[in-house]
Design a protein around this ligand. Sequence first.
Ligand code: UFG
Length: 335
Amino acid sequence: MSILLTGGAGYIGSHTAIELLENNDLVVIDDFSNSKPEVLDAIKEITNKEVKFYEGDYSDKGFLEKVFNENEIDAVINFAGFKAVGESVKEPLKYYDNNIGGCIHLLEVMQKHNVKKFIFSSSATVYGKPDVVPITEESKVGGTTNPYGTTKLFIERILEDLYKSDNTWDICILRYFNPVGSHPSGLIGEDPNGIPNNLMPYIVRVAAGQLEQLTVFGNDYNTHDGTGVRDYIHVVDLAKGHVKALEKLNKEDSGLFIYNLGTGTGYSVLDMINAFEKATNKKVNYVIGPRREGDIDECYSDPTKANNELNWKAELTIEDMCRDSWNYIEKKNSK
Ligand code: UFG
């Protein structure tokens, strides 16, 4: 198959590219707004395979037309989109334009070229503050607490309407929980610009001495140790989930499917610090600070549906996630 990955040089896109390259041809587009060209070299080094690459903005219809005209695309996985929660609160229009507007342009060009297999990177954020955990795909969605989350929710609705209007589409919505870790080669991984917002990249920088200490955002949550609980999933497991989702779309006549991609286990912030210190022998200095606005007590998945219907299960452990996150940064810093 020939698959188009938008945002394919990004954190999740690049890991998925590696898994897909085993059996598929890839066309990757990226504008490097949150990724680097070196990632493409690393993908080649890891897989020994070439991807066809176009630099450009996935929301630019003229650019997309060129890509679709020059390639026989069978399916599209949309990783492109902005993802910084805090920035989305400050610049909502930028998020609605790029994430929702961009995705609509992509779907329009796909429709025009009669390419109707689509996998969308959604997020557990669509569940808002869950009433109960673990969260199943039938749990209530809505109540998102920031524009980033709302873009994911709206795009899901748009995809549902699109499928209702034309059921020859094959659509898979993947709701990611908290992706962490990196490819075991240490050649690609997560390295956000500026001060990280997310827990694991922050822990890694404290361990590397690049940041002084981690602030644990609140220890008065209704959890086993008072700190926030999340479902951290190794990015390689997450990437493999896309391969399985694609198999599902190829098997079925057509349909719109939604899956949680998580491990089903929740770890607190303090659990993560301990696991990281144990896996890497590095110290993570931290202080307890106030809660971060918009954060919730607990969010973890029930991944049964993906286990059963996709024949997919997250296999890597919390130690693997910590070790591989560290391995990537250590390798990078030693260059
Ligand atoms: N945390 C800290 N200190 C930090 C950063 C995070 O204590 O410096 C805590 C948070 O309070 C939370 C946990 O670590 O309890 C995880 O926080 P992250 O920012 O890593 O992840 P979130 O669960 O808040 O958000 C992530 C993604 C979003 C996505 C959301 C829901 O960043 O894109 O999961 O799936 F929307």
